[in-house]
Design a protein around this ligand. Sequence first.
Ligand SMILES: [Zn+2]
Length: 456
Amino acid sequence: MQNRTLFVGGRIVLPDRVTDGSLLVEDGKITGVLSKGAEGRISDCQVIDVTGKVLLPGLVDTHVHMWDPSPMNYREDWYHGTACAASGGITTVVDMPLSVPPVTDEKGFSLKLDVADKNAFVDFAFWGGLTPSCVENMKRLHELGCVAYKGFMSFANPDYPQITDGHLIRGMREAAKFGGLIGVHAENAEAADFGSREMDACHCTDEAMHDEARPWWVELEAIQRAVLFSEANHGRLYICHMTIAEGAEFLKRQKSMGADVAVETCPHYLLFDKTILREKKAYAKCNPPIRSRENVEKLWNYVFDGTIDTIGSDHGPYSDEEKVVHGDFWKEYCGFGGYDAMLPGLLTEGVHKRGLSLPRLAALTAGNAARIMGLAGKGSLMPGADADIVVVDLKERWHYDGAKSFSKTKSVKGIYQDMEFVGRVKSCYVRGNMVYDGERIVGTPGWGNYVPGSFN
Ligand SMILES: [Zn+2]
C-alpha cells in the first residue's frame, strides 16, 4: 500500500489563491488539492485534521549560517539548527559557505555534506564560496549542486576574504559560463570600515549610530556597482540582506529595465528600527545595520510591490557571552540567530498588521527562493511538489522565549526575546514526515536530504 496522508479541513495557501479543502500526500509528494467535501472519495489513508489552520509551503530559508563544520559549532550545528528550523516552519535551509573549512572547493563541500547529511532534520542546499582564490573552483561546485556563490564586497574575515572588484568581475564571468548565481554582501568595504572605526574612536555611546557608521549610501554604492558589473558581464545577481529604500528603488528600476537581479531582505529589517540597538546593544548588531523607522516602513512597500523577491533569516547565532566579549559595542561581533521567529514575525507584522496576502508571504519565504535557486520540488503546495508543509494557527498569541528555542545557543538576550507574536507554527512536515509537532521535535536526524540546484 502506498503511504497516503490526507490533511483535512485547513486553508491551503497556493501560489495564486487560498483554498478551503484537503491536501493529499503520497510517498512524500503532494498529489492532490481537493475541494471541500471531496475528501470522502479518498480511502485508505491516514487523515490529519487541520480544521481552522492554515497550510503554507515549508519555508526555504535562503540565508543561514550553520557554523558547522567549524570550531565555532558550539553556536549552531546541523542537529540543533535544523531542529530549530523545523520549529519555525523552515523545511529547506540554504546554508552559507562560511564553515571551516569553507565551501570554496570540493573538500569543503564534501565535509559539510557529510555533517549535514547525518544530522539534519530538514532538507538543505548549499551556497558555494566566492573568494579571490576560489573562482576557478566554482564550476566544480556548480556540478556538485551549489545553488549560488557568496562574495563579501565588505571586509569579511581572514578565513573568508573580501571579494575585491577585479575578483568579483572574474567570478561573475566564470559564473555566467554555467548560469551560476552570484550573491553579494553589498557594502562599500572601506567606507563601512572607516565609519565603524570613527564611531569607536570618538567613543560614541549611542548604539543606534551603527546606522550612521555604515549609512545607506555605503550600501547603495555597492549595490549599484554590483549591478553594473553583473549586467556588463551578463551575470545573474542576488543582493543578500538588502536593507535600504534607496537600494530598493534603484533595484526596482533596474529590474523594470530587464536586469537579472534578485533581492533578499531579512525579517529584522522589517520588524525593527535602529532604536532596538539602544535596548539590545550588540545583541541587535548586524551588517548592514538595522535602519530608521522611516526606512522600515518604506521597505515594506517594496515587499508588497515585488521588488523584494525573498526574505531570508541571516540566522547566525553567537553565544550571549560572545556578544559582550570586547566590552565595547563597536568591536563586538555582528549577527545573531532567531530564525524560529521569522515566520511568526512576518505573520504578525506583515499579514496581520499590514495586510500582506498569504500567497505573497509564501512566495517571499518559499516559492521565489526555490525558483531563483533552482530547488526543484520545493516552495509550493501544488501537486508534484515535495510535501513540505507548515501548519499554522494564524490567531494564536504567544511570546517568544529563546530559552525554549531548539537552537544550540538558546539566547535569551536576542532581539526577539519576549516579543509578542500573532500566529504560531503548530506542526511541520518534510516530504510528508512530521518533524515538529508544535511542542517537540519528532523527526529523525539524518532525515534531511541534500537538494542540489537543478539548473543543469
Ligand atoms: Zn549572512
